[in-house]
Design a protein around this ligand. Structure first.
Ligand code: NAD
Length: 263
């Protein structure tokens, strides 16, 4: 659909699972060279890498950089450049969640969430922008959340990190606007990924509800459509932002949330 994406070098942090894995596949399908990243079973990651490379006849590599470690993050971007010859599309997607009342919120979880969900994007962007400026083209897409725009109780670190991403997105857009680079944030509502599965059980504990009650009264309550946002809906918008048609969009946080933040 977007011919201009063929041969572009893309990196998706946290692409061994959920939204990131689907983004990596959508980019490979569009003809991009893709660097996978994230944790997980070694054999399963290799199976994913080999499948994407074979199915879409493109280069797919894996780098296991830990998004809490700035030197490994620099290594990831260096690896994209030395493997593919450019760093064209950066998708900051890696993220974790913890649901707990603030008075019980573990200090180390706060630090870990801020590191993975916010600071890692500072580091990837810092090291990618020079490559993008050199060729006068780049796309930076940050996976934020409806929680970059509104809050929910018991998610202090997550909401703080995602609001931070919305601010970082604006600053980077302003700094790169004259260099053919765009920087935007996608703000999904609930998507049924492994991360949300974990949240359902944590929320059930925090609120004293059953998991079925959480799905119905917390998740479906938040989203007026009463349906999860799908991978296909996110892929379509991500590819638009990455395409030439998305060149006029920069510095914005776009909700894809079934109407959640309209309330
Ligand atoms: P997921 O748990 O399925 O995937 C998270 C990915 O991040 C995995 O590949 C994991 O290995 C990786 N990761 C975790 N810690 C890492 C680290 N230290 N270094 C490198 N990689 C690491 O989650 P998901 O639901 O697909 O979430 C992806 C992104 O979308 C996150 O930023 C999340 O906040 C955001 N998001 C998700 C939803 C949702 O409903 N699922 C809604 C809004 C925003």
């Amino acid at each position: 659909m977007y011919e201009e994406l063929k041969g572009r070098a893309a990196v998706v942090t946290g692409s061994t699972s959920g939204i990131g894995a689907h983004f990596a596949e959508a980019l490979a399908k569009a003809g991009c060279k893709v660097m996978l990243n994230g944790f997980g079973d070694k054999d399963e990651i290799e199976t994913l890498r080999a499948r994407l490379a074979a199915d879409y006849d493109t280069d797919v590599k894996y780098n296991g950089a830990d998004m809490t470690k700035p030197d490994e993050i620099k290594g990831l971007i260096d690896d994209v450049y030395s493997s593919f010859g450019s760093v064209d599309i950066l998708i900051n997607n890696a993220g974790i969640q913890k649901v707990s009342p603030i008075e019980d919120f573990p200090d180390e979880k706060w630090d870990q969430i801020i590191a993975i969900n916010l600071s890692s994007s500072f580091h990837t962007i810092k090291h990618s922008v020079p490559h993008m400026k050199k060729v006068g083209w780049g796309r930076i897409i940050n996976l934020a959340s409806a929680h970059a725009l509104v809050a929910s109780p018991f998610k202090s670190a997550y909401v703080a990190a995602k609001h931070g991403i919305a601010g970082l997105t604006k600053v980077v857009a302003l700094e790169t606007a004259e260099h053919g680079i765009t920087c935007n944030a996608i703000c999904p509502g609930y998507v049924h990924t492994p991360l949300v599965d974990g949240q359902i059980s944590d929320t059930a504990k925090a609120r004293g509800m059953t998991e079925e009650e959480v799905k119905k009264k917390v998740i479906l309550e938040a989203q007026p459509t009463k349906e999860f946002v799908t991978y296909e809906q996110l892929n379509g918008f991500m590819l638009f932002l990455a395409s030439n048609a998305g060149a006029g969009c920069t510095g914005t946080a776009y909700p894809i949330d079934g109407g959640w933040t309209a309330k």
